[in-house]
Write a protein that binds this ligand. Structure first.
Ligand SMILES: C[S@@+](CC[C@H](N)C(=O)[O-])C[C@H]1O[C@@H](n2cnc3c(N)ncnc32)[C@H](O)[C@@H]1O
Length: 326
């Protein structure tokens, strides 16, 4: 998130993270909004619901990898050293529980630092872990990992940074490399990154994962407009936007859009802005890039990491990569 303070004469709301992002995204052509805007309290709840959908294979598959290989992953990461575990975009840390339990089996007490912009998701994760795993000490950090990586703690000893759920796929390749390079800059040689990445697969599996029959992902997508209504007083009527999903083969990515069903104008009083939409014009809300083991390896190498080990599921749908900062 970046402030727009250098642009004169904009209302004050345009310098808040949400205001700045909405102003920038809806005055751009084509229009776009960043996926971090999904995650207000309702958005975090909807994401949890998505993870349980039959079509959303990502969480289930990565969960199965952690269930089968959690002890092996932690053994490879720690060697004979004590690990502090940090997680970027932790959400409610549902899958992370498997890795925290494996760490606790190896070393007893575990310090865990989940970083997220969603206070409600962090709080839900902390209460659950405190109840289920008293040996894990949870220290949540509310921060934007794209701009506040210096919030990464240095508790001493070896650090294992989890960046799972294929969240790296939300970034354009150059942004992903730049994010990982900045992360590398915060780490010491020998610290580790565990990166979860969704692999390229057939589009009949990919598309329904982002366009489920029950319409939960559509509601998740439109919730961004509800959030902008609430926080900036915008006149968006979310039902006048259609949830659209496509596979962009050239870029190897799923794209999510909100397409205007009619020609309309939306006013955003807090930003002193009126935005016109043509019928069929869309707001691009999310990219989910898909990877091969080679493309993940290349990304990590370009960013100052060396892949030590990798784990996948029987169908090779998802990969979990352990990489060392060099
Ligand atoms: C797709 S969910 C993944 C949650 C979890 N890691 C998983 O694998 O199920 C993305 C999470 O990252 C958080 N998030 C998104 N952008 C963020 C950012 N720039 N800084 C911090 N957290 C962010 C969201 O609030 C949300 O909890």
């Amino acid at each position: 998130m970046h402030a727009l303070s250098s642009i004169p004469c904009l209302p004050e709301a345009a310098s808040t993270p949400v205001g700045a992002e909405v102003y920038r995204g809806l005055t751009a052509l084509p229009k776009r909004l960043s996926p971090w805007l999904f995650y207000d309290q309702r958005g975090s709840e909807l994401f949890e619901a998505i993870t349980a959908l039959p079509e959303y294979y990502l969480t289930r598959t990565e969960h199965a990898i952690f269930a089968e290989y959690g002890d092996e992953i932690l053994a490879a990461a720690s060697g004979d050293r004590t690990l502090a575990i940090i997680e970027l975009g932790a959400g409610t840390a549902a899958k992370t529980g498997l890795l925290l339990a494996a760490a606790a089996r190896r070393q007893g007490r575990v310090s865990y630092y989940p970083i997220d912009i969603s206070v409600s998701a962090l709080e839900a994760g902390r209460s659950r872990i405190r109840e289920e795993m008293p040996e894990v000490v949870v220290r949540p950090i509310v921060a934007d990992y794209t701009t506040e990586l210096d919030e990464i703690p240095h508790p001493g000893g070896r650090r294992l940074v989890l960046y799972i759920g294929s969240s790296i796929g939300n970034f354009e390749p150059s942004e992903a490399a730049s994010l990982l390079r900045r992360l590398r800059g915060q780490l010491a040689p020998g610290d580790l990154l565990l990166l979860g990445a969704d692999h390229i697969k057939d589009r009949n599996t990919l598309l329904p994962a982002y366009n489920d029959a029950a319409g939960v992902t559509a509601e998740f997508n439109r919730n961004m407009l509800t959030r902008i209504r609430r926080e900036l007083g915008a006149s968006f009527r979310p039902r006048l936007f259609r949830h659209c999903v496509c596979w962009n083969d050239r870029e190897s990515r799923i794209e999510m859009h909100l397409e205007s069903l009619i020609q309309q104008e939306v006013s955003i009083p807090a930003l002193d802005l009126t935005v016109g939409f043509r019928r069929g014009e869309s707001i691009h809300t999310e990219n989910s890039y898909k990877f091969t083991p080679e493309s993940v390896g290349g990304l990590l190498t370009r960013s100052g990491f060396v892949v030590e080990r990798a784990w996948t599921d029987a169908k090779k749908w998802f990969g979990v990569y352990l990489a060392e900062a060099v």
